[in-house]
Design a protein around this ligand. Structure first.
Ligand code: SF4
Length: 462
């Protein structure tokens, strides 16, 4: 084994302007700074506004998605989510107006008009979304006017998404996507919607999760009108105001829409998570409780008993391997971080660092409550900080997204992808078992005995 490097304390890697965005539980009164623009000089893991809007709207499978800008923006977000569709696959195409130098000089409106007309004629979508990128914001194309003209001529909704990349943070992109969806709300018939009907918001069907969750609710006697946006359809969004309740999973991305539905149509909403056994069960119970239906609650309890009984024996075996191991969690939204801390605890693992790109103060307060003393809680971190804390705290696993994967690999840590691109469902009871298997396979891999251990890491016993 190589001698361990001498490390400066990880806190020294935090830029002065970011000091209030990093807090260790138990050190002082918890008062984390968040919901701010990324600090200059900090290589934030956040994506741009356009990317934020693209990830929310992308799974709408019967819509045309046209990126108005240079080809790079479309390429950057091509097939950005593993958003499965049970029908049309139009969302998988990445269309771009491919603006070039002359369009930038003379304006891109004619190019946008030509592309929209050609694509609508060729693909006959249910609606079209036009995403503004940085350069469109700079040259000042009137995207709204072109969309309105094509909408009139072609007789379908052509919706501008005001998502210029520089105009804020990824979270502003979520809002731009919700505003775009807002134009469809209330435009369809609610005929045939039963009283016990809900919408699933912030569920993106990365690997079939939407189908699994819908099935849980179906077994409880609850219909799902629309999913925003996993396996999504335009006509469902048009009639979603007819459901009795909005069940919001990824609240960071779609809370703006939930609030709008409440204001406009009086629809209540609840926040849930489908990651981990406890949180999935609670998501089902909370819906049954909302309807105040004893028989529905009985069905939910029976479902949870059956599902938990099926997975517990294997989970307990996995726990024997993982007990005492340590993980770090850095994800997009902090609501998912809560569930992951709890799910890791069920597997006997501790969490040494937990953070997110877009958490709110309220989220972080909740996260602090469920973390153990000594856990580092970070908002909008960067690779240098993350590396320093991972080395100092010592852990066996990093859970994150595509941008965190190389960090884990360079440090010789196991990695679990819990973000857009994954191909295996990690939601619901089955998802908890998939998660546990993946964590076990990663953490217990014999490969780690050949990799130099980061300074400060706990002894590995593969
Ligand atoms: S919108 Fe701007 S920041 Fe986003 S990918 Fe395009 S050029 Fe880059």
């Amino acid at each position: 084994m190589k001698p361990q490097e001498t490390q400066k304390p990880a806190a020294n890697s935090v830029l002065d302007q970011r000091k209030r965005q990093v807090v260790t539980k138990g050190d002082a009164l918890f008062d984390i700074a968040c919901e701010t623009k990324s600090v200059a000089g900090s290589v934030s893991q956040r994506a741009c506004v356009f990317c934020g809007s693209r990830v929310v709207l992308y799974p709408l499978a019967d819509a045309l998605h046209l990126v108005h800008g240079p080809i790079g923006c479309a390429s950057y977000t091509w097939d950005i989510r593993g958003a499965l569709s049970s029908g049309p696959q139009l969302h998988r195409m990445s269309f771009s107006t491919d603006l070039s130098e002359m369009d930038i000089i003379l304006g891109g409106e004619k190019q946008l008009y030509r592309c929209l007309v050609e694509l609508i004629d060729a693909y006959r979508p249910k609606a079209a979304f036009v995403y503004s990128t940085c350069i469109v914001g700079l040259i000042g194309d009137d995207v709204e006017a072109v969309c309105a003209q094509v909408s009139r001529e072609k007789g379908l909704s052509v919706i501008p998404v005001f998502s210029e990349g520089f105009a804020g943070t990824k979270k502003d992109g979520y809002k731009a996507a919700c505003d775009a969806l807002g134009r469809l709300l209330g435009t369809g018939s609610t005929e045939g919607i039963v009283p016990h009907a809900i919408n699933l918001l912030g569920e993106f069907n990365l690997a079939g999760e939407t189908w699994l969750i819908k099935d849980y609710y179906r077994r409880m006697g609850v219909d799902v009108v629309a999913t925003v946006t996993g396996d999504g359809r335009i006509d469902d969004i048009r009639r979603m105001h007819g459901a009795a309740l909005n069940v919001v999973q990824c609240s960071g991305s779609v809370m703006h829409l939930a609030k709008r539905l409440k204001e406009q149509f009086g629809q209540p909403y609840i926040r849930v998570s489908y990651f981990g056994v406890e949180d999935t069960a609670k998501a089902l119970y909370d819906v049954a409780e909302h309807f105040g239906d004893a028989a529905m609650m009985d069905r939910a309890r029976a479902l949870v008993r059956e599902e938990v009984a099926a997975l517990m024996p294997e989970l307990m075996c996995i726990k024997k391997d993982l007990a005492g191991k340590r993980a770090a969690v850095y994800v997009g939204g902090s609501f998912k971080a809560f569930s992951l801390v709890r799910a890791l605890r069920l597997l006997g693992m501790g969490t040494v660092l937990a953070g997110s790109q877009t958490g709110t103060k309220e989220d972080y307060r909740e996260l602090e409550k469920i973390c153990d003393p000594g856990t580092v809680i970070v908002d909008d971190t960067n690779p240098l900080e993350l590396c320093a804390f991972l080395k100092e705290k010592g852990c066996d696993l990093l859970i994150g997204g595509v941008k965190e994967r190389p960090i884990a690999h360079k440090l010789g840590l196991g990695f679990c992808d819990h973000n857009h691109e994954r191909k295996k469902s990690l939601a619901g009871f089955v998802g908890m078992l998939n998660f546990a298997r993946e964590v076990q396979a990663t953490v217990m891999s014999p490969v780690w005995q050949f990799v130099p251990r980061p300074s400060g890491a706990a002894e590995r016993t593969p």
